[in-house]
Ligand binder design. Structure first.
Ligand code: F6P
Length: 536
């Protein structure tokens, strides 16, 4: 289907949406995964997608080929491909801010993609600087402290531990984001000014938390005998003038067409580059670019971000599932759920369409999670036996970067077992035939069996990486970015603004002086009461 992306019908006004409604009533609501596998021996192959560095098993999801066909029709009616092409071409698809959305340009090879000259000029300069700092004998740097929040924190904070095996052995990384002094205080205790590099990371260089922590860092540095601020402070920002006013002369810029939560590929990725070095950082970018090319050119039925985005819509708008669990079976990915929370919920937590009309359907699910196997001993109980159905996304990594092979085998077995258990469940009859040594002897066997029943039919996706190296991490994160783009585009929302964070910031600015003056005039009774309790 051709046509301009902006003229596309809203998803709920398409023929396919009506088709999906009927299909859900007839086949979706009562869809049973176990029956689907019994019916179709080729189901695994039919729902397997091989994307660059990421293999996905989508077969344990509550859909069939007919569902997928209808979802693909929906994508075509909503002109998803035209929207995607507009993204890559740098059209101002962030309509409420009149901006292009070009994080893909940050990882395009030299000479390819928009803004190539300026992107590669900063990248080359950044990576030259990185190698100077990584020469720790000459630079004397041992600690890198990234001060930033949201998109200026979560990407590096996620990627540095993920790539631990590739990290400079003499550099330690710290991330300070919260305006709560309990964040920076224990970090400063570990540092010496002469060994520390502070990165002040802020797209706008106006964010309250970051500016306040930067002031604390500078005061600490000077008070503890630090002498060369030019060497020990660096800024990554689009607002180079504000960084200069703050007193930082070493700056690496980026551009307003890079959204904060899409910025780890820009100068905001400096901590990542310092950790893994120039060649590995280029490999991270290349992995992301490989996923960009896949998203751009793979047919929709074999296009991983498209398949995942369609599934998100199917679950949110037809099944009514309200959240999605992310369970990376790799400890290095422990901050991936937090990263995805910003990526997905700040992008797609919207309730009006591009024209500002209120939406009659749901958008972003809650995204949450913890690494496996830890989550198994915490919230998996609810996933298996709770009243809500929560699709889970497992991430398994075939090869470990440590030498404890036995641990890795156990980890992978756990990962497989969880998605299997969610799907298969256990009937009351089956539970009744089993011994339960820890069960009460005073309750009758049937009651115990009911407590030990698992409904099953709980959906999951498993993503498999060969190894968690820079290239694969780049591909994985880019996959998530494009998946969020797909669901946002289908929902007809602007995934690239974040007006929802403004109100709290403005009210905070009003309340801040009141904490000193204790003036509660004009405040609602609850806020006034709480303020008095906190200051009196
Ligand atoms: O909280 C809103 C937000 O604007 C995010 O979108 C952004 O990533 C974060 O604040 C930090 O902003 P900055 O990089 O400008 O300090």
């Amino acid at each position: 289907m051709s046509g301009h992306w902006n003229d596309a019908p809203r998803c709920d006004r398409t023929v396919a949406w009506t088709g999906l409604r009927g299909h859900y009533e007839a086949h979706g609501r009562d869809f049973d995964l176990r029956e689907a596998f019994a019916r179709d021996a080729a189901r695994f192959e039919a729902f397997a997608v091989d994307a660059p560095a990421v293999f996905a098993d989508l077969s344990k999801n509550r859909w069939d080929l007919a569902t997928r066909r209808l979802l693909l029709e929906l994508a075509r009616e909503c002109r998803l491909e035209a929207r995607r092409d507009a993204l890559f071409a740098g059209e101002p698809i962030n309509v409420t801010e009149g901006r292009a959305v070009l994080h893909t340009a940050l990882r395009a090879p030299r000479g390819a993609g928009p803004h190539s000259a300026e992107v590669h000029e900063v990248l080359d300069r950044l990576l030259t600087y990185v190698e100077q700092v990584r020469d720790t004998a000459a630079s004397g740097i041992r600690h890198v402290v990234n001060i930033g929040i949201g998109g200026s924190d979560l990407g590096p904070q996620m990627a540095v531990p993920a790539l631990d095996a590739f990290t400079h052995p003499q550099l330690r990384f710290h991330f300070v984001s919260n305006v709560d002094g309990h964040d920076i205080a224990p970090v400063l205790r570990q540092l010496k000014p002469s060994e520390t590099l502070f990165i002040i990371a802020s797209k706008t260089f106006t964010t309250q938390e970051t500016m306040a922590n930067a002031e604390v860092a500078k005061a600490w540095f000077l008070a503890n005998g630090g002498t060369d601020t030019n060497k020990h402070f660096v800024a990554t920002t689009t607002n180079v003038e504000a960084a200069a006013r703050f007193g930082i002369s070493t700056t690496f810029g980026f551009w307003d067409w890079v959204g904060g939560r899409y910025s780890m590929w820009s100068a905001i990725g400096l901590p990542i580059a310092l950790a893994i070095g120039a060649d590995n950082f280029r490999s991270l970018l290349a992995g992301a670019h490989a996923m960009d090319e896949h998203f751009r050119s793979a047919p929709l039925e074999r296009n991983l971000p498209v398949q995942l985005g369609l599934l998100d819509l199917w679950y949110r708008n037809f099944h009514g599932f309200t959240s999605r669990g992310v369970a990376p079976y790799h400890q290095g990915l422990k901050r991936l759920p937090a990263y995805l929370q910003q990526l997905e919920m700040e992008s797609n937590g919207k309730s009006v369409d591009l024209a500002g009309e209120p939406l009659p359907y749901a958008t972003s699910p809650v995204v949450w999670g913890e690494p496996g196997t830890n989550g198994q001993h915490a919230f998996f109980q609810m996933l298996h036996q709770g009243t809500d159905v929560i699709p889970v996304e497992f991430i398994a990594v075939k090869h470990a970067t440590h030498s404890h092979a036995d641990l890795h085998t156990k980890l992978l077995a756990n990962c497989l077992a969880q998605s299997q258990a969610l799907m298969l469940g256990k009937s009351t009859e089956q539970a009744a035939t089993e011994r339960a040594p820890t069960a009460s002897k005073t309750l009758d066997a049937q009651t115990i069996a009911r407590h030990r029943t698992f409904p099953g039919n709980r959906p999951s996706t498993t993503l498999v990486l060969d190894r968690l190296d820079p290239h694969a991490l780049g591909a994985l994160v880019a996959m998530y970015e494009h998946r969020v783009f797909v669901s946002g585009a289908l929902w007809g929302i602007n995934s690239f603004d974040q007006w929802g964070v403004e109100l709290g910031k403005a009210l905070c600015n009003d309340l801040l002086p009141r904490l000193a003056s204790r003036d509660v005039q004009g405040l609602d009774a609850s806020t006034a009461g709480l303020l008095q309790r906190l200051v009196n």
